[in-house]
Ligand binder design. Structure first.
Ligand code: ZN
Length: 383
């Protein structure tokens, strides 16, 4: 295809997907709110049975903060609430409106909290990042955060496994309000989503990475960067300025014609430093993926050099692009959120998130959809 035709084709795609986006953002019919109640009960029952994800531990998991409560406390102003996107928000909003990127204010006691570890392991493993009494070196600190973020993702991967099939809670009063036809549609839609997720992602790759972590913790219950770096590569980039935005997620990457499902996922994250003054963008990659990730590392190295020397913003755009592509746990500091809303930039971020999700679903036009995501990200005023 010539360049002009390629541009035309991309613009047609953009027109089509923008109109789907607008359709999706309409409110649902009234009776859907009963599905919403069913959905919440389903989520609650799934969570109730969570076990600790530490190696060989079978204790009940408690709510673990992905980002420490102390850190969240330090960046909220008066009301101890923060704007965030996480899967709970998505569940909560799924049948109220179909917005892909529901940002809600959440109390810091619950923001980014999931049932990841039992209380013993939550404390034992992570006190080295949460308690300044421990003189944890930077790399160990970032690796430990990476482990927690990985488990956060691993937990969510397991939540969508087939054995946790959806159902209608017949004994609840709201179920009478959902007519048979809608019940059937709901169940078949859910099944379709679970099936397509199963086809799209090979969850066993998450199990593989979990095994690497398990072995590290089996050999040494207090591993340092030395033990982690025998199995993983840590890339870290110090970001300029105060912390406005932070998020974490995992995904696999490929740079050739290979199957994406043959690659192990890396963890991408924005992590506060220990004093919460600034943040790092980090990538933690299993050693097996060193070759396939080289192109990503080189690109970030190159852009970071320009970011530091020339104040070039391409680096931040690239960070946002990767983070929004993989993250389901995203936070905006209120001041920053307000600024984004005032400039309509929050809508651009939502569009970026939407286009990246579509790019994952539509493999054939994935490059065009990513290009459109990049165009939306370029509209955002980062500073
Ligand atoms: Zn445990």
């Amino acid at each position: 295809m010539s360049f002009d035709n390629k541009e035309k084709f991309k613009n047609e795609i953009k027109k089509l997907f923008d109109s789907i986006y607008d359709l999706n953002n309409q409110d649902f019919p009234e009776e859907f709110k009963f599905l919403q109640l069913n959905e919440q009960d389903l989520l609650k029952s799934k969570k109730r049975n969570s076990k600790c994800n530490y190696v060989n531990c079978n204790e009940r998991a408690i709510g673990s903060h992905s980002y420490s409560r102390d850190f969240l406390n330090s960046i909220t102003q008066y009301d101890d609430e923060i704007f965030c996107l996480n899967l709970d928000n998505m569940y909560r909003n799924m049948y109220i409106n179909r917005e892909d990127f529901p940002l809600n204010k959440k109390h810091i006691n619950n923001a980014g909290v999931e049932n990841l570890f039992c209380s013993k392991h939550d404390n034992e493993v992570f006190e080295r990042i949460e308690n300044l009494r421990f003189k944890t070196d930077l790399d160990t600190y970032l690796y430990l955060y990476g482990y927690r973020f990985f488990i956060f993702e691993y937990y969510h991967e397991n939540m969508t496994k087939k054995e946790l099939q959806p159902k209608i809670y017949e004994n609840k009063s709201y179920s009478k309000q959902i007519n048979k036809e809608l019940q059937e549609k709901y169940l078949s839609d859910k099944e379709y989503i679970i099936d397509s997720l199963d086809n799209l992602y090979n969850k066993s790759n998450f199990d593989e990475v979990k095994k690497i972590y398990d072995k590290i913790f089996c050999d040494n219950s207090l591993p340092t960067c030395k033990e982690f770096s025998e199995n993983f590569i840590l890339k870290k980039f110090k970001l300029k300025g105060e912390i406005n935005f932070f998020a974490n997620g995992s995904m696999a990457y490929k740079n050739d014609d290979s199957d994406i499902n043959s690659h192990l996922p890396s963890v991408y994250a924005i992590v506060p430093d220990r004093e919460y003054q600034y943040s790092y963008f980090t990538i933690i990659t299993p050693k097996q993926e060193e070759d396939s990730m080289k192109i990503v590392f080189d690109e970030f190295d190159k852009l970071y050099h320009k970011y530091i020397k020339e104040d070039n913003k391409e680096f931040l755009k690239c960070v946002m692009l990767f983070i929004l592509d993989c993250s389901q746990n995203i936070f905006f500091v209120e001041k920053f959120y307000n600024r984004l809303t005032k400039n309509n930039d929050i809508d651009n971020i939502k569009k970026v998130y939407y286009y990246l999700a579509q790019a994952r679903l539509f493999n054939d036009i994935s490059a065009d959809l990513k290009q459109i995501a990049y165009e939306y990200i370029s509209k955002i005023n980062f500073i």
